[in-house]
Design a protein around this ligand. Structure first.
Ligand code: SF4
Length: 388
């Protein structure tokens, strides 16, 4: 029996697929790269944009032809689509999925795979290590808290053990993964679970993080300690993704600055450079706070490169508000940006609170302006380097 896995979406989904592969291998199956030879086709889905969702529907529709030829072929859907379906208490969304994709045999929540399986890694140099799953931030445009649920951190010692094993196996690069890596561990602390951090002085040093936007202290996080402990294991490079500006503490900056094997390319999603848009997005920082953080990072970390995520055409985004994003981008000098055009996602707050009122043409125009400003100059540089 053979299985084939198709993954859509972010690195977290790819890391999940490595564990899904083990679950099927344990059932005595082998992986195939040829979809036509598969007895089981598993599709790990993404819903972060409407286009990602539509690609899944298109793929399942195409696979229907294979099912006609092979009636025993099973199609399984997992990942974000199923995550949303199990959190929709009235079952409307699952019903809709079944209507759109009648060819699907099973919808399996990724939670059923869990973290208990050691992932089946094909890359022998770099390894993704998930440290948490889900998100508590509820940015108004984002579907992740509904597809992956609230943030759950993996036990500290479990992550350390996995990284030590990877070091022994000769891995050179580690990428720590989570929707918001720098809030890692706040649930472990707040639930009073013993995080079993080897050096107990860590715990004494943990300070609450003051969030200006909320006017109160936020639960401290364990990420700086985890990152430093992994860095000290001697990997050539330790990377992490994704981090949020409001949890990026001074302590974390200092950890990066003093450990030269921690990445110097930091992904710091800004989403917009305008305070009103940030407020509508429920992002917990202002433009000035973001710039202050960038200045602090640049001051303490030499050879720093910053990449980011930006959404253009968010509900009600005026020309003036968009220009503030352009100004911020010029000020920061991002090396790369993942720019997306806003598309309303089911269950999110933005579809309940605001109108998707920016015409598609304007979204495209704004996308192109930022792409030309941030990404194109780098593309030209990379091309000329390749040619020389
Ligand atoms: S921080 Fe915001 S954008 Fe990122 S996963 Fe959480 S809710 Fe989504």
């Amino acid at each position: 029996m053979k299985y084939f896995i198709k993954t859509f979406g972010c690195q977290q989904n790819y890391a999940d697929s490595e564990r899904i592969a083990v679950a099927f291998k344990n059932r005595g199956m082998t992986q195939t790269k040829d979809v036509k030879k598969a007895n089981y086709i598993i599709i790990n889905t993404c819903m972060v944009r409407e286009s990602a969702e539509n690609r899944v529907y298109g793929l399942v529709n195409n696979l229907a032809k294979l099912k006609i030829k092979n009636s025993k072929l099973k199609i399984i859907i997992t990942g974000c689509m199923v995550g949303l379906a199990i959190r929709d208490k009235i079952g409307k969304y699952l019903k809709r999925l079944k209507e759109i994709m009648p060819q699907v045999d099973e919808f399996i929540p990724i939670e059923e795979v869990g973290f208990d399986f050691a992932p089946l890694r094909t890359d022998k140099i770099s390894a993704w290590v998930p440290i948490s799953n889900g998100c508590n931030n509820f940015c108004t445009y984002c579907i992740v808290p509904y597809t992956r649920g609230r943030e759950v951190s993996r036990p500290y010692e479990e992550i350390i053990k996995e990284c030590k094993d990877l070091k022994k196996k000769g891995y050179k690069n580690i990428i720590l993964l989570g929707q918001n890596v720098n809030s890692y561990g706040s649930d472990l602390i707040s639930k009073g679970k013993k995080a079993k951090i080897p050096n107990s002085s860590f715990c004494q040093n943990i300070k609450p993080v003051y969030v200006k936007h909320l006017g109160r202290y936020r639960i401290p996080t364990l990420f700086p300690y985890l990152l430093e402990e992994v860095a000290k294991m001697g990997f050539e490079k330790v990377d992490f993704i994704s981090s949020n500006p409001w949890d990026f503490s001074d302590e974390l900056i200092d950890v990066i600055a003093r450990n030269k094997n921690i990445t110097r390319t930091i992904h710091l999603p800004v989403q917009s450079g305008d305070d009103n848009v940030l407020k509508r997005m429920n992002r917990w920082y202002t433009r000035d706070e973001y710039l202050e953080l960038v200045a602090n990072l640049k001051l303490k970390i030499k050879n720093l490169k910053l990449t980011t995520d930006i959404i253009v055409g968010f509900c009600g985004e005026t020309e003036k508000e968009f220009k503030n994003t352009i100004k911020l981008c010029k000020k920061v000098g991002f090396s790369w940006a993942y720019i997306s055009q806003y598309s309303p996602r089911p269950m999110t707050l933005s579809i309940k609170l605001y109108k998707d009122d920016i015409p598609h043409k304007i979204k495209e125009k704004r996308w192109k302006i930022l792409d030309d400003l941030i990404n194109k100059p780098h593309l030209v540089r990379y091309q000329s380097t390749n040619e020389s």
